[in-house]
Design a protein around this ligand. Structure first.
Ligand SMILES: [Zn+2]
Length: 98
């Protein structure tokens, strides 16, 4: 009896070559930039600012990392702002009711 061993990585790649990759979003970097992974062959791509898919090269990984940091910092600042606004609002509310 011969064991037929198929490299597990080979088949999905073949599938992708025939049917195309089946990407799903693995990470949201910013509103516009997302990292996607193929469900079959685990190929990683990223959308650039124009919305096109590009191979997730180490260079793009670095860019996305920086973008993510900027995005997170901006989000934190925004949430802090709205938190402050809420504080002001409740203070005013107290003054009105007092
Ligand atoms: Zn694929």
């Amino acid at each position: 009896m011969k064991k037929t061993t198929i490299k597990p990585a080979l088949l999905p790649t073949l599938y992708c070559n025939v049917f195309g990759h089946n990407y799903e979003v693995s990470k949201k970097v910013t509103y516009h930039v997302k990292e996607c992974t193929c469900r079959h062959c685990k190929k990683e791509v990223t959308t650039n600012g124009n919305g096109y898919l590009t191979d997730l090269t180490p260079k793009f990984r670095e860019i996305n990392f920086i973008l993510e940091n900027i995005h997170n910092r901006r989000m934190m600042r925004l949430s802090q702002k709205s938190f402050n606004k809420q504080n002001v609002f409740t203070k005013n509310d107290l003054q009105i009711s007092a």
